[in-house]
Design a protein around this ligand. Structure first.
Ligand code: DC
Length: 231
């Protein structure tokens, strides 16, 4: 069964996937979106885009006023390509630039600023224009779409998450990163109320996403004319 496009008058469905760093949010969110025919939204990429933009303009990331100024003035647009949402700046999609070590290190600074988070929340909610969504991040179920019935929180042991990052060639102090995400005043990382928590230390992505997909399918409203409604 897939629910690719909401019908006229239907509110799009939002699947919120939050969790710690290297808990498999991106991999699983992509698998879930593909299985259900939903649009995938990587909100971390949006924060990374602002960090990259500030770096490129020589803005001091410790100067909150300057970062907020950038966020108010930059010319952005959203587009959906191959069922994935992109945040463009001056019509440019900085796909590679936002994944550099420099941008990764700068992103938590912009993500801690309440006014930046408010801007991001508005943009992330605008993604509803593209239809049913699987949105991954740190505050999606708790802050961006608190009203959704489909909330998941992924976690894995620190040892396993460190192993995954190392396998990707990235050396990172994940415990410090989680602490920073969880302790910030604005929309900290937390288990959203009503979220299904999945510890996937010993699960493959297929098993993790399979559990999420099964749970969503069991709870999706039946649609007249959809294949589940067929005799
Ligand atoms: O998931 P990621 O590594 O691409 O996230 C990049 C940074 O953005 C990381 O420091 C966490 C932060 N982030 C956030 O604060 N809220 C989100 N919804 C998504 C990411």
């Amino acid at each position: 069964m897939s629910h690719p496009v909401p019908r006229r008058g239907e509110t799009p469905i939002v699947v919120a996937i939050d969790g710690t760093s290297a808990s498999g949010k991106s991999t699983n969110a992509r698998l879930v979106a593909a299985a259900l025919g939903f649009v995938y939204v990587d909100t971390g990429a949006m924060y990374r885009t602002l960090a990259w933009y500030c770096l490129r303009r020589g803005v001091d990331l410790d100067d909150r006023k300057a970062v907020i100024g950038c966020c108010r003035k930059w010319k952005t647009s959203l587009e959906c390509v191959d069922r994935q949402v992109r945040l463009l700046v001056d019509r440019y999609h900085p796909a590679r630039e936002i994944r550099t070590a420099e941008t990764s290190a700068a992103t938590p600074k912009v993500a801690a600023i309440p006014q930046v988070r408010a801007w991001m929340k508005t943009k992330q909610r605008e993604c509803l224009q593209f239809g049913n969504l699987v949105m991954e991040g740190r505050d999606i179920g708790s802050n961006v779409f608190p009203e959704t019935d489909y909330k998941f929180y992924l976690d894995a042991s620190l040892q396993e998450r460190t192993r995954r990052r190392t396998a990707e060639g990235v050396q990172e102090d994940l415990a410090a990163r989680d602490r920073r995400d969880s302790l910030r005043a604005a929309a900290p990382l937390m288990i959203p109320l009503g979220a299904r928590v999945i510890n996937n230390s010993n699960l493959t992505p297929e098993e993790t996403s399979g559990r999420i997909i099964a749970e969503i399918r069991a709870r999706l409203p039946a649609r007249p004319g959809a294949d589940t409604a067929a005799p």
